[in-house]
Write a protein that binds this ligand. Structure first.
Ligand code: ADP
Ligand code: ADP
Length: 224
């Protein structure tokens, strides 16, 4: 079964821009899936539809066997979304931020894995430091941790390394790999082939709102 699938997905923005022009693709459970394409290809639009931030125009989306139209709450619960912006409440600590997030998702105290998650993203030793004292790379890893508090089977990241320097990028990759090794399906967008190549086991290339290629990373690299 797929973790996530789209069938004939179309998004036309107000004003007429056709950002997605009939995308059909399927992300296998447990995979590390990359959505690759140049700026303006439609990657964020795709992710934002999954996150419930943008309404699709037509087509169907299924998330962990839930239809996005018929069971939007169920679909949303199966996804943790890491936003592109580094907006974090600066006067909270990672431990507090994860607790607030867990509360919002109704995760019972007994089922919270705060320290385990902070450990996976390499922030265990920063659990009680104010967010404002964390570097940009650490903040982004904290956002990854925040997206995981309700234990979603799918983690979605929009350009996770945008604005993160090379050294910190490595830390972030390790954190995301750790999630994938624990069984989480990863879907990330990037416009760097190198990033997709290093991380993903499967890559979809989109261009001008259409699917240009979809294959395992190994097969795709043979063709480029
Ligand atoms: P819709 O209701 O179709 O989802 P939005 O309400 O999200 O559209 O868009 C509001 C406005 O924001 C649009 O009319 C558009 O002019 C503008 N906008 C936001 N982001 C972009 C972008 N990346 N490119 C062009 N216009 C944008
Ligand atoms: P990517 O993430 O691959 O850079 P986007 O999904 O952000 O691509 O954008 C796809 C296309 O849709 C672009 O042409 C962009 O300008 C346009 N677009 C994005 N958001 C809006 C919006 N809210 N309103 C109108 N056009 C938008």
């Amino acid at each position: 079964d797929a973790a996530l699938s789209a069938d004939g997905l179309v998004k036309v923005y107000r004003g007429g821009k056709r950002a997605l022009d009939g995308i059909s693709l399927s992300v296998p459970r447990g995979s590390f899936f990359g959505l690759l394409g140049p700026n303006g290809a439609g990657k964020s639009t795709f992710i934002n539809i999954l996150a419930g931030l943008v309404l699709k125009s037509s087509g169907t989306v299924r998330v962990w066997d839930r239809d996005l139209d018929r069971d939007p709450r169920g679909a949303k619960a199966a996804i943790g979304v890491v936003p592109q912006e580094l907006n974090l409440d600066a006067f909270f600590t990672p431990r507090e931020l994860l607790d607030v997030q867990a509360g919002m998702y109704g995760v019972p105290k007994s089922e919270r894995r705060t320290m385990e998650i902070l450990d996976i993203v390499g922030l265990a030793d920063k659990a009680d430091s104010y967010a404002r004292t964390l570097s940009g790379g650490m903040r982004r890893r904290l956002l990854v941790a925040k997206a995981m508090v309700h234990n979603p089977p799918i983690l979605v990241l929009d350009e996770p390394t945008a604005g993160v320097d090379i050294e910190l990028r490595q830390h972030l990759w390790e954190a995301i790999r750790g999630m994938n090794e624990q069984g989480t399906t990863i879907l990330l967008t990037t416009h760097y082939l190198e990033e997709a190549e290093q991380l993903c086991d499967r890559i979809a290339i989109i261009n001008q709102g259409r699917l240009a290629a979809l294959d395992t990373t190994a097969n795709l690299l043979k063709r480029i």
